[in-house]
Ligand binder design. Structure first.
Ligand code: AMP
Ligand code: MG
Length: 393
């Protein structure tokens, strides 16, 4: 049964679940990992009313007017006195607002005369400082489990004093290339042979998805070899196969998986490249049979299989953001499929240029492009200047 692209992705998101346990890692190693605990604020943030400007802490009711400057407070200091009527305290960005003050006037809006400062304009209470606890209250959650940790999340963990963090373990993802024509990429191929580039690209994609790639041996196009490699592959947390899922006489992957008791959720998706994509489970173990053309393998992993690896490690909402850009030239395709076509996206992301590519085996074109333009299955042509969806490589 052939699914549309959206149906296939939805099916994977539905069937894939969290399968990995947790481990504690140091903050310096947390980038890219999926948070497995809710993080709470250890105190109020900001922990004191914090000035957002260099200027003068004042009572808004006194303005406009001339104030007596009773002291100074710098970031990292606490002012011991209080601001009373007609008084101001010189204050720096990041310093705590002194008691009695209810606003900060920017230094640019003041004129200093020795012990006095004149402020010609009025100000609203609350201006130019962040009240205590406005960002987070002590004990309240600041981020929830299931998000991927990046630089801002690391900053938050550091802010609240987490030197370690609980994350999901990385899934081990077995990668099996199939085909009698394939040789390891460090081997010299005979004229009728090709190097195993799919294992190389998949290993990178798996790593970027947060998994640990395990490249297994090449399964030859016979039952014994395919069976032996799949048996090994099923020991990992997830299994990816490339090739051997088309309708050819020697495409044995589905047949062998069926012998292992596989349940198949789909074995055809209306996309190009990658139509004969297979998704299923042996017991609870997820596998994908990715079509072997390098472009098919890359695209089907990126747009559909990656979500399962992300869910396995607890990511709550695997995303596939498609941007929009203006075409520099026309695009025409035969409707019915969602196509991912190599293209060049301008540096500012505004325009996209379709690229000449010689099919889904054209690895050189795949390496030269920096994006794929994404066709709608129910539309036939786009003129230059029209917007089209874009998947960034
Ligand atoms: P298949 O899906 O097995 O019919 O393979 C389709 C095409 O992709 C064939 O031209 C293969 O030679 C090529 N191909 C299959 N597996 C790989 C691989 N691991 N690395 C590079 N190309 C491959
Ligand atoms: Mg093959």
């Amino acid at each position: 049964m052939a699914l549309t692209f959206d149906e296939a992705r939805a099916c994977v998101l539905r069937e894939a679940g969290v399968s990995m346990g947790t481990e504690t890692v140091l903050l310096a190693e947390a980038d890219g990992r999926v948070l497995a605990e809710e993080i709470a604020a250890d105190r109020d943030y900001p922990p004191f009313p914090r000035s957002a400007r260099d200027g003068f802490a004042v009572r808004s009711a006194d303005l406009p007017g001339e104030m007596r400057v009773i002291g100074e407070v710098r970031a990292g200091e606490a002012f011991t006195g209080a601001v009373t009527a007609g008084e101001a305290v010189e204050i720096m960005t990041g310093a705590p607002l002194p008691d009695g003050a209810d606003a900060v006037v920017m230094v640019e809006h003041t004129e200093r005369h020795g012990e006095r400062v004149s402020i010609p304009r009025s100000i609203v209470a609350g201006e130019n400082f962040s009240p205590l606890g406005i960002e987070a209250r002590a004990g309240n959650a600041v981020i929830e489990a299931g998000i991927r940790i990046g630089y801002a999340e690391v900053a938050l963990l550091a802010t609240v004093g987490h030197t370690q963090v609980l994350v999901h373990q990385r899934p081990r993802v077995a990668i099996i290339a199939t085909g009698d024509e394939i040789v390891d990429f460090d081997q010299h191929p005979a004229p009728h042979q090709i190097r195993n580039s799919n294992a190389a690209s998949l290993a990178v994609q798996v790593q970027r998805a947060g998994g640990t790639p395990e490249i297994l041996g090449i399964a030859r196009d016979n039952y014994e070899s395919t069976r032996a490699q799949i048996q090994l592959g099923l020991e990992a947390d997830l299994l990816l196969l490339s090739g051997g899922v088309s309708a050819g006489k020697y495409d044995l992957v589905e047949k062998v998986l069926a012998e292992f008791g596989a349940r198949f959720f789909f074995d055809r998706v209306k996309i190009q490249p990658g139509q004969p994509l297979v998704f299923g489970k042996v017991e609870d173990k997820i596998f994908f049979g990715l079509p072997g053309n390098p472009g098919s393998t890359m695209i089907t992993f990126e747009t559909i299989a990656r979500a399962a690896i992300e869910k396995a490690q607890g990511l709550r909402d695997p995303a596939l953001p498609l941007l929009r850009a203006r075409l520099t030239g026309p695009v025409r395709h035969k409707p019915g499929l969602t196509r991912f076509l190599p293209a060049v996206l301008s540096a500012d992301g505004a325009t996209i240029a379709p690229m000449v590519s010689h099919g889904s085996g054209d690895v050189a074109a795949l390496a030269r492009c920096n994006a794929f333009l994404v066709t709608d299955p129910d539309r036939e042509c786009w003129a230059a200047g029209e917007d089209i969806r874009v998947l960034v490589k």
